[in-house]
Design a protein around this ligand. Structure first.
Ligand code: FAD
Length: 275
C-alpha cells in the first residue's frame, strides 16, 4: 500500500508526539490499507527493548517483540514451559505467512484491538498487564483484559503507547487448555477460548474472537461446565441489557454459531483441565 499522506519517518525515541503521528510496530496492518490521517510514522524499534525478560516473578514482553520471537521463547525457568506452549498456540492462531509472523508485533496486535487478536487472548488469559506511556512521560498499567474495550477500541489515550506486557509468574505456572475455531481452515479466529487452572485450583476462562472484547469468567474452584456456562450467559445477558454488543455476527461467523461454539469450547477446555 502506498501511504501517500506520510511525509516523515522518525525513531520514536527522538520525536515529540503530534497530531497525525502513528506508532509503527511491524506495520503489517498500517501498510495494508490507506491511512489518510497519518502524516508521520514513529518507529518503536528505536527503543531497543529486549523482546522478552524473564524473572522469578514475571515475564515482561516488549511491545516490539514479534510473533516469531514469542513463538521461539524457550523459558529459562521450566515452570513457564506451559505458558510458552500457550504462546505458540496463540501465535499460530494468527494465520499469516512467515513474513507476517516475522514482523507483526505483540504490541501492534493488542493495540489494533481486533476481536481475533491472539496476543490479546494470550495476555488476557495470563492476567497480563499493559504498561502504557503518555507523551509527557506519565506511566500507567491496565490489565490487558480491560485494555481492549471493543472491536478496534482500547484504553489508549492520544499519543499514549504500549511499551510492555507484564505476565505474573502465578499465571505463567498455571495449567492451560486452548481451543480455537475458524469458519475455514485458514480463516480468522471466530472463537478462541483459553481456560487456566492455578496452583490453588482457582480457574479463569477467557473468551475472545466471538465477542468484541475479552470476556473473563473467574471461579475460586474448578467449575462444572454447567456452572461456567451459566456465568457466561449472565455476563452476555448483562452486556445486552446494557445495550452492549453480544456475540459478533459477521463474515467470520454468524452470532448464533459463535455462541454455540463458545459454549462448546468452554466445555472442552474445562474437560481437558479436569483430566
Ligand atoms: C495475512 C494477515 C493475517 C492477519 N490475521 C490477523 C488475525 O488473525 N488477527 C488479528 O488480530 N490481526 C490479523 N491481522 C492484522 C495485523 O497484521 C495484526 O493484528 C498484527 O499483529 C499487527 O501488528 P503490527 O506490529 O504489524 O502492527 P502495526 O501495523 O505496526 O500497527 C497496528 C496499529 O497499532 C498501533 N500500534 C502498534 N504498536 C503500538 C504500540 N506499541 N503502542 C501503541 N500503538 C501501537 C499502530 O499505530 C496501528 O494503529 C492480519 C494481517 C495479515 C496481513
Amino acid at each position: 500500500m502506498d501511504l501517500n499522506t506520510v511525509t516523515e519517518f522518525a525513531p520514536a525515541t527522538r520525536a515529540a508526539w503530534r497530531d497525525g503521528d502513528a506508532w509503527l510496530g511491524g506495520g503489517t496492518w498500517l501498510f495494508s490499507q490507506p491511512q489518510p490521517r497519518v502524516r508521520r510514522l514513529l518507529d518503536l524499534d528505536a527503543f531497543g527493548w529486549a523482546p522478552l525478560r524473564e524473572t522469578a516473578d514475571a515475564v515482561t514482553v516488549a511491545a516490539t517483540c514479534t510473533l516469531a520471537q514469542l513463538a521461539r521463547w524457550r523459558p529459562a525457568d521450566r515452570h513457564f514451559d506451559g505458558a510458552a506452549t500457550l504462546a505458540r498456540q496463540c501465535c499460530h492462531a494468527l494465520l499469516g505467512s512467515f513474513k507476517v509472523h516475522n514482523v507483526a508485533t505483540v504490541g501492534g496486535n493488542i493495540c489494533l484491538s481486533l476481536p481475533a487478536g491472539p496476543m490479546t487472548s494470550f495476555a488476557a488469559a495470563l492476567d497480563g498487564v499493559a504498561l502504557l506511556r503518555a507523551p509527557d512521560g506519565t506511566r500507567r498499567a491496565v490489565p490487558v483484559a480491560a485494555f481492549v474495550s471493543g472491536d478496534g477500541r482500547n484504553a489508549l489515550r492520544p499519543g499514549e503507547l504500549l511499551s510492555h506486557v507484564s505476565l505474573p509468574a502465578a499465571a505463567l505456572t498455571a495449567r492451560t487448555a486452548f481451543r480455537q475455531l475458524s469458519l475455514s481452515a485458514v480463516g480468522r479466529s471466530a472463537v478462541l477460548v483459553i481456560a487456566r487452572r492455578d496452583a490453588d485450583d482457582g480457574t479463569v476462562v477467557t473468551v475472545t474472537a466471538s465477542v468484541p472484547h475479552p470476556v473473563q469468567l473467574r471461579f475460586p474452584a474448578p467449575p462444572t461446565p454447567a456452572e461456567a456456562l451459566a456465568d457466561l450467559d449472565a455476563v452476555m445477558d448483562a452486556a445486552l441489557d446494557a445495550t452492549g454488543p453480544g456475540y459478533l455476527d459477521d463474515v467470520h461467523g454468524a452470532g448464533p454459531w459463535r455462541a454455540a461454539m463458545t459454549r462448546r469450547l468452554i466445555t472442552e477446555t474445562l474437560g481437558e483441565l479436569a483430566r
